[in-house]
Design a protein around this ligand. Structure first.
Ligand code: PLP
Length: 466
């Protein structure tokens, strides 16, 4: 056998081994990995993603997709940033771990940077995930009231349709019945009110009046529950995963007034809205609010490493300095504030600034709503809502009755977007009957060509589904 033939055979064998290996990856995955929020589905296994490059991901079969969901609403600066990987590497080499009972330079620098972005004086408490960050908020709010002469304040209010995390406390605050069903009873003391849903507001009332009314319902709940029992309210600036429900600005302004009037602390969950997603550093900066506590995760590191933050206004922190026994916050977690994760967050925030991605988010968001405005005439599109580079397309069966679109109709659209190379999301398994909002949350670093691709696929798929 000549050299060429031998080389050809070797290459063929390598190729076959490669194929077998890939085949077995799919099988091993099916056999061994229990996926998040996934039904048993032998015929349609999840993708095995092998690599990412800015807005694009590639699966193990070599298929490329534009990730219109930034993973799980988190890879704000896009995939494959070598400079982020490098700072993680350098930090791990220098110092891999410090418990946050002590401190380290990246944690200190990051705390300063976050204060600068928040535009106020906050203490920064580090954890690992959005759920963790919210748990910390609930614990410290209860303790704050205990130590501030109001021990009867222990209840939290949040909104139906909002998601605040998967751990028992954060899930209790969550207002999505399908995320809680079969895991109840959860933690006592968590109550819910309806959020403004401007698309489904009653006839004959302006959006502004309706939003004021929704805020007043919240106040009514506080009064009916006895205000001295209410510790805090947690809300996102807009409901994201629950269906992209964007309030009129008056709503948050009123919520702030109500909190102040009744001595209730306001926790703003910026886990998705933070770090440029809505076209500002934080989503609440669109509104007249001054949160007592801000929770953040996801875009903080663009998900290159896990890290979350509970930012607590300084005057609240000071109430933990009573000098009495057990008056300090006795919450600890092993990995929160990991040095490499903090270094990654700092680099991620540097990129956001250097590439002006917060303004880019606002710009791309405006362009996206202009480009897709014509979809409003589509027979199955009820409403399109966006703030920054975050959009919800609410699908209905009937524009007059606003009956939510069927599961089949929505999964068909999502499937066809994927077949055309675009991943879109959905508020799946949130509230029975209202899982009808498609979500777009692409990396803020999308190029103009990426943007055009998103628009062209959405338009094409909707056209084919008229
Ligand atoms: N809060 C909001 C608004 C979220 O969207 C999420 C997760 O999607 C969380 C909290 C929980 O974050 P994690 O999944 O990191 O625990």
């Amino acid at each position: 056998m000549n050299i060429e033939k031998r080389e050809e055979r070797i290459l063929k064998t390598i190729h076959e081994q490669d194929q077998n290996n890939k085949q077995s990856l799919t099988e091993q995955n099916r056999d061994k990995v229990w996926h998040h929020i996934s039904a048993y589905n032998e015929k349609n296994p999840p993708m095995i993603i092998e690599s990412g490059d800015n807005a694009w991901i590639t699966d193990h079969k070599g298929n490329r997709y534009l990730d219109g969901m930034s993973g799980l609403w988190c890879v704000n600066v896009g995939y494959g940033r070598e400079e982020i990987a490098k700072v993680a590497y350098e930090q791990m080499k220098k110092l891999a771990y410090v418990p946050m009972t002590q401190s380290h330079e990246p944690a200190i620098q990051l705390a300063a940077k976050l204060n600068e972005m928040l535009g106020d004086d906050y203490k920064i408490f580090y954890s690992n995930s959005g759920s963790d960050a919210n748990e910390v908020a609930f614990k410290l709010v209860r303790q704050y009231h205990q130590q501030n002469g109001q021990p009867s304040r222990y209840k939290f209010l949040s909104r139906y349709r909002a998601y605040h995390g998967s751990s028992m406390g954060a899930l209790s605050a969550t207002g999505q019945a399908l995320r809680k069903y079969k895991y109840e009873p959860l933690v006592p003391g968590f109550l819910h009110v309806a959020p403004p849903d401007n698309y489904r507001k009653p006839e004959g009332i302006s959006v502004e009046e309706y939003n004021i009314q929704r805020a007043l319902e919240l106040e009514e709940k506080i009064i009916w529950e006895q205000k001295e029992t209410i510790a805090g309210i947690i809300m996102e600036p807009l409901i994201t995963g629950g269906g992209i429900l964007i309030p009129h600005p008056i709503y948050l302004e009123k919520v702030q007034e109500i909190c102040t009037r009744h001595g209730v602390l306001l926790i703003i969950d910026e886990v998705i809205c933070g770090f440029g997603r809505t076209g500002k550093a934080f989503g609440h900066q669109h509104f007249k609010v001054k949160p007592d506590i801000v929770t953040m995760a996801k875009g903080l590191t663009s998900a290159y490493l896990p890290l979350s933050v509970t930012a607590i206004r300084k005057d609240i922190y000071e109430k933990f300095d009573t000098g009495e026994e057990h008056s300090h916050l006795r919450h600890v977690n092993t990995f929160g504030g990991n040095p490499a994760a903090c270094a990654v967050a700092l680099k991620n925030l540097e990129i956001l600034e250097r590439e002006d991605l917060i303004n880019r988010s606002a710009e791309l968001g405006d362009r996206l709503s202009d480009e897709l405005a014509s979809l409003k005439d589509h027979p199955y599109v009820g409403d399109i809502r966006s703030l920054g580079f975050l959009m919800g397309i609410e699908m209905v069966e009937d524009k007059n009755t606003k009956e939510p679109a069927s599961n089949a109709r929505i999964t068909k659209i999502i499937g066809e977007c994927k077949a055309n190379g675009l991943i879109v999301g959905r508020n799946g398994e949130t509230v029975e009957g209202f899982n009808n909002v498609l979500a777009l949350c692409p990396p803020l670093s999308c190029t103009d060509e990426d943007f055009d691709f998103i628009v062209s696929v959405i338009k094409k798929v909707f056209k084919e589904n008229e």
